[in-house]
Design a protein around this ligand. Structure first.
Ligand SMILES: [Zn+2]
Length: 414
């Protein structure tokens, strides 16, 4: 019994020891495991933090890039506007110069003709003995009435000579004045051409800066040319569209009727100096710009391209309204760049057209436009890597899902 107790006691006192030894090891192991996991967790957390940090950094960088692109787009638009203006000024000065040259030539011809006349006068005076011949004429009078006749004849000749000389002097002064004006005009032309050259250089610098920024952005962002608007932008667009549709629809129908009547009687005069404006064609819609189609409506790069792209050819490509309509949105969008939204009512059906990436916009919100009217110039603003027009046609109102988008080719012969 005591043995048994002793055995139990000894067993009891031994076995906990044994159990303790194992559990210590186990505990140590567990502790190690836990600290392992903990360090793993903290390293994961660290990585997550780093990733978060990176994402935040990238987003900030993207925001910065977007801001810079926006700024550059504005600068490009402004410079391009100045170039259009300067080119027009140069054209006007050139015309002025032509007019002045012609005026100078006319005055010069008059001066030469009169010079010839005066030379003949001097010659005949010299041949007849100069001024004395006047006296001779007078002294040769046969009677008093003959003397009076001769006086009036001499006076008439004398006055005529004086008049010719006066006119000659006036013309010489006029010529001098015109020549001075011409010199000023030529100097202005020289200066304007130089300024134009500088503007073009500035524009090139701005464009290459944008290209660089877009390359950076491209690097960070796989999806380019994905015209997805910010929610706020979308909300505003829809609100304005609704307002436009509500209040302008009736008015639009009436205006269109009046405009069509007017268009039938008067020929269309597109704004001068624009050049390269697409001709107005029959049908509900016309092509909004000249140039080749560079991207079709349809699936593209695993996405759907809801518009048609027209590439830029030449130094300036005007964009026109595809049909009579009402501009309900004209603004700068981070994605679309300078963009114009127009609603149209054609045979009672509502359509919406979108003109994106414009260099500059020539129409404002609330403005009525007629088919073929210039609304801007083709550009490379927003998420765009090359100058082109992104043109969308919606049968019905515009919506964010672009569910009303239709292939413009079904309406327009590009
Ligand atoms: Zn496009």
């Amino acid at each position: 019994m005591t043995l048994a107790v002793a055995a139990v006691v000894s067993a009891a006192s031994f076995s906990p020891n044994l159990a303790n030894a194992v559990s210590n090891q186990e505990i140590q192991q567990k502790k190690n495991e836990i600290s392992n996991i903990k360090s793993k967790q903290s390293s994961v957390q660290k990585q997550m933090n780093e990733a978060d940090q990176k994402i935040k950094h990238l987003q900030a960088e993207q925001d910065k890039l977007t801001q810079e692109i926006k700024k550059l787009d504005m600068a490009v638009s402004e410079t391009s506007g100045k170039i259009h203006e300067k080119s027009q000024q140069i054209e006007e000065t050139k015309q002025n110069i032509e007019v002045l040259k012609q005026q100078i030539a006319e005055v010069q011809a008059r001066i030469e003709k009169r010079n010839e006349l005066l030379k003949q006068r001097v010659r005949s005076l010299q041949e007849s003995g100069g001024v004395i011949s006047y006296l001779d004429v007078l002294l040769g009078a046969q009677s008093f009435s003959d003397f009076i006749d001769r006086i009036s004849a001499v006076t008439t000749i004398f006055e005529a000579d004086k008049q010719i000389i006066k006119e000659q002097e006036a013309d010489k002064a006029l010529k001098k004045e015109k020549e001075k004006e011409l010199t000023t005009n030529l100097a202005n032309l020289e200066r304007d051409l130089k300024e134009l050259e500088q503007l073009k250089q500035t524009l090139n610098v701005q464009i290459s800066q944008k290209e660089k920024l877009m390359k950076n952005l491209e690097h960070q962002e796989e999806e380019l040319h994905e015209e997805k608007l910010a929610l706020e932008e979308e909300k505003e667009l829809l609100e304005k569209q609704e307002a436009a549709m509500r209040s302008q629809l009736q008015q639009l129908i009436e205006r269109q009727k009046a405009e069509r009547a007017r268009q039938n009687t008067t020929s269309n005069s597109s704004s001068s100096g624009a050049g390269n404006v697409p001709p107005i064609t029959n049908g509900a819609f016309m092509r909004p710009a000249n140039g080749p189609v560079t991207s079709e409506f349809g699936p593209r790069w695993g996405k759907f391209h809801y518009g048609i792209d027209i590439g830029k050819r030449g130094s300036s490509a005007p964009i026109v309204a595809a049909a009579d309509g009402y501009v309900f949105r004209s603004y700068y969008s981070d994605t679309y760049g300078n963009v114009v939204f127009i609603t149209h009512v054609i045979d009672g059906q509502l359509y919406t057209t979108v003109y994106a990436h414009l260099e500059s916009r020539l129409v404002g919100e609330g403005q009525t436009v007629s088919k073929g009217q210039m609304i801007g110039y083709m550009g490379n603003t927003g998420r765009s890597t090359a100058a082109h027009l992104h043109f969308e046609l919606h049968r019905g109102p515009w919506n964010a899902a672009k569910s009303n988008a239709v292939n413009p080719r079904n309406y327009i012969n590009f």
